[in-house]
Ligand binder design. Sequence first.
Ligand SMILES: *Cc1c(COP(=O)(O)O)cnc(C)c1O
Length: 397
Amino acid sequence: MALSFPELQPGVRILMGPGPSNVSPRVMKAMASPVVGHLDPDFIRTMEDIKRLLRIVFNTANEITFPVSGTGSAGMETALTNLIEEGDAVVIAAAGVFGERMADAADRLGARVQRVDAPWGRIIEPERIEAALKAAGQPKLLAIVHAETSTGAYQPVDGLGALAHRHGALMVLDAVTSLGCVPVEIDRWEVDACYSCTQKGLSAPPGLSPVTFSERAMAAVRARKTKCRSWYFDLGMIERYWGAERLYHHTAPITMNYALYEALRAVVDEGLEARFKRHRDNAAALQAGLAAMGLEPAAQEGYRLPQLAVVKTPAGIEEAQVRAALLRDYNLEIAGGLGPFKGQVWRIGTLGESSRREYVTLALGALETVLASMGVELSRGAALAAAAEAYRRVAPG
Ligand SMILES: *Cc1c(COP(=O)(O)O)cnc(C)c1O
């Protein structure tokens, strides 16, 4: 008997977790473009345009700026495996899941990892980073997360590159949840290696990791005494495909590059400043609404991400049931907590295409309705009123 499998029928969701975010029709349309060869002149032109567009969003003149094949984690592997040699001292700042991952990845490469920790939800103070750089003894690099997606903390980065350089270290930045939502200033902040992703602030499907490397980082890559431990992520080899030589290394994911190209074009069409303001405005309304519902932010005051609200779940309710009800009744996805925050927080994202007034309004109304149905005491209507007031403040009239 012939096997039969159903056609794909995924639901049309409103994606308000920490990624993936909703993908716009123009990006979906770009993905339906013809697949060409990875050395086709038409594709090579697109590759060059992607590099130029990425330099705009990263605010950099770095020649080595391109998308690694793989999700954000592939960008992390690329940065760390190319910059670290066994025995190198490295300083990793970690106050959440994604800082922990960098420490784990550096440890696997045989680095001597000097950690700077902070309680979850707090930023890492520069004085403590400086002390760790001093204690590390000839540190090869300092690595830190810009937007800690597990806690909602918004780490200030300005000044850290100069600090790393004063101690002879390279500066590595995880901008996976920040690129396209808040300013990422690679050259001004003296960042030497930075990685991001396609599915959060840029609102393309998951699959590529935009990266950028400074001349100082590339000098360190060229000065390695040992080969890069990864074949696939070896920058020296990938550079020969993404650079003028066009030497085959691996087959570029053609369709994903179309998606990234169109998503970046959309960013430039909107304008970076307008895009950041949109993220700030929707965040202000969402955060005001959540506060009016009595939900307390997990991240420290003054350092909360404008693209991801992380709030503590009310006592006495089964938080997974709330998320299940939001998905079932409203097609709305929000996320739960990771690690020690599992069961303790919700993570509600307004990333890229998902940063919209109608989504914020729906999320607040839906969450209020579900919480009230579960017996949580709250003042009905207060969240939407607070959000409307926040919108009035940013767009008078
Ligand atoms: C999502 C995320 C990652 C990992 O990216 P993937 O695309 O899931 O591989 C890394 N760092 C941060 C801060 C993230 O939010």
